[in-house]
Every structure is written in C-alpha cells, then in structure tokens.
Ligand binder design. Structure first.
Ligand SMILES: NC(=O)c1ccc[n+]([C@@H]2O[C@H](COP(=O)([O-])OP(=O)(O)OC[C@H]3O[C@@H](n4cnc5c(N)ncnc54)[C@H](OP(=O)(O)O)[C@@H]3O)[C@@H](O)[C@H]2O)c1
Length: 282
C-alpha cells in the first residue's frame, strides 16, 4: 500500500480515544508517522493521552461548544489544515424499542449522529479550503442490519450511513473522500459502556422484555469476547489505514466475519428470510 508522502498530509483528528478502537487507532497511526490529535471527552483521559505523548484535547460529541473548541485548537496547531477525520466516538444504548424514552433516544443521537455531523461540517470547511481530505466513519454492521434490543444504536448508525452516503455524493470531485467502516464484534469497552447506559435509561423490572433483559445483562457483564469471531481493535486499524492511504479508498469496509456475512445476507436474502435469521440472534 502506498503511504501518504508529505508530513503535511499526516494530520488526523480522532474522536473517542479513551479506549478501544479510538485508542488503538491513535497509537497505531502515531507509530506510522501521523500527527494524531487524540481527543476524549473526559479530562482524565485527555491528561493520560497527553502523558503518552499525544496532542490531545477534550471533545464531547454531545456538546457543541466542546466540539468547536477542539476543532479550533486542532486547526490552530496545524495552520488551518487537516488531512483526515476519524469519527469513532460513540456508544450503544441497549433496550427494546418500546422501552426507549425520548430522552434516551435523543441522547443516543446527540453523540452518535448530531455531534459527529457537527464535527464533520467544521472539519469539512478546512478540507474544502485545502482541496483534499479523508472522512472516515466508524459505523457498525448494525448500520445496515438491525438486531433486537439494539434499536437506538442501530437507528443512529443507519442514520450515520445515510448522511455519509449523501455527503460522499455531494463531495464528488472535491478531493475529499468519505469511507465507512463497518465492524462486527470488536474487543473494547463497548459493552461496559453500554451497560452503563442501560442502567441509566432502561427499567427492566417494569418491562414486557424483563426475561430478555436478564440474559442481556449477563452478556453485557461478561469479560472478554461475548460472541464468536470477535477481533481486537487492530482489525479496524488495518481498514482505517487503507481508507487513509489508498489512492482509491473504498466506500465501505467490513471488519470481522459476521460483518462480511451479514453484508452478504442483506444483499442476497429476501426480507422475510433475513428476518428469520436475525430473529435467532441475541
Ligand atoms: N466494539 C464493537 O464491537 C463495535 C462494533 C461495531 C462498531 N463499533 C464502533 O466503534 C466505535 C468505537 O467503539 P469501541 O468499540 O472502541 O468502544 P469503547 O471502548 O466504548 O469506545 C468508545 C469511545 O467513544 C467515546 N464516547 C462516547 N460518548 C462520547 C461523546 N459524547 N463524545 C466523545 N466521545 C464519546 C468513549 O468515551 P468515554 O470513555 O468517555 O465513554 C470512548 O472513547 C464506535 O463508533 C462504535 O459504535 C464498535
């Protein structure tokens, strides 16, 4: 794979670098010679990233002022240029669709979609000026198929994919590429963080889905891989590197066997048959 050749072209802003895929991406790209602005929403994580040698600043996707401050700081540090944005920060809100409050759904979209969109528009202004750039969205296999009890998260990732597909069409000829990474199960703090949001917003005791929630709690609390074919976050980093460095980055990158499998089933199966398969999961 051809590496990006100028130092100028190696700046990247990454969201959600406190753990998991974001942290792995920041470390991996730094090692590869990138100037990675590794952002996180909590002050203690920013300090930890700075201690590790990153240029790090707070960026909370649920907070517009925080997004604007972070972009201003990055662009000031780079003289107004930015090669790439990796929209990675997000969380999964578990819960049956009928148990989701408006507040829970709004919070899910504030972070996973509205904040990501706002950040992207700010960065795009700089990319348009320089005439090139890469926007890479960390979506999910749940951005193209739905599974039970993951409706809020799936809706936010379907929406992210819709916005990204539109943006790509609108950016044709601009020199700015939009790629979507679609991971399946990846080892990270995702389940731990999902458990926190489940406890905040879902009331299992008064739900028709009570029994299902008990099984879900056990799965969310399980340490290590919860499902077969789980990979480490390095698997996402490999696709991210391709999206950053290939002269012809792909529109979509599947990561893990389940992501490839569901992408295939989604294309091949009629809807009732696809439902039959999806019904049997989790
Ligand atoms: N793990 C998987 O199986 C999997 C599969 C498909 C897609 N993904 C996607 O991969 C991405 C990274 O997730 P991960 O697996 O690495 O999980 P993770 O370890 O939980 O990391 C998620 C990151 O997002 C951050 N985040 C959450 N809310 C935020 C906000 N309001 N503003 C800024 N950052 C925020 C978290 O920060 P805090 O530490 O402050 O909460 C954390 O740094 C997400 O987009 C996720 O949807 C993951």
């Amino acid at each position: 794979m051809k590496a990006v050749d100028t130092q100028q072209d190696k700046t990247i802003l990454i969201t959600g670098c406190s753990s998991g895929i974001g942290l792995c991406a920041a470390r991996g790209l730094k090692q590869r010679g990138y100037r990675a602005f590794a952002t996180a929403r909590k002050a203690e994580d920013v300090r930890r990233l700075q201690a590790e040698g990153f240029e790090s600043m707070p960026l909370d996707l649920a907070n517009s002022a925080s997004i604007r401050r972070a972009v201003a700081a990055v662009l000031q540090a780079t003289g107004g240029r930015l090669y790439a944005l990796f929209n990675n920060g997000a969380y999964g809100q578990p819960g049956a669709v009928e148990d989701l409050t408006r507040e829970a759904l709004r919070a899910q979209f504030e972070t996973n979609l509205f904040g990501t969109h706002e950040l992207t528009t700010l960065v795009l202004a700089a990319m348009r000026r320089q005439g090139y750039g890469r926007i890479i969205q960390n979506s999910s296999l749940l951005g193209f198929v739905a599974l039970k009890y993951r409706g809020a998260y799936s809706a936010s990732k379907f929406a992210l994919e819709g916005l990204s597909d539109t943006l790509r069409l609108e950016l044709a000829g601009s020199g700015i590429h939009v790629s979507i990474i679609e991971p399946g199960p990846i080892l990270s703090r995702f389940r731990e963080n999902a458990m926190r949001m489940y406890q905040e917003f879902i009331d299992p005791a008064h739900s028709t889905h009570h029994a299902k929630y008990m099984a879900m709690e056990a799965r969310l609390e399980k340490m290590g891989p919860a499902v077969p074919f789980t990979l480490g976050p390095e698997a996402v980093l490999q696709k991210l590197i391709h999206a950053l460095e290939s002269p012809r980055p792909k529109i979509r990158y599947c990561v893990t066997v389940p992501a490839y499998a569901f992408a295939g089933l989604r294309r091949m199966l009629p809807w009732p048959l696809l439902d039959w398969v999806l019904q049997r999961i989790g």
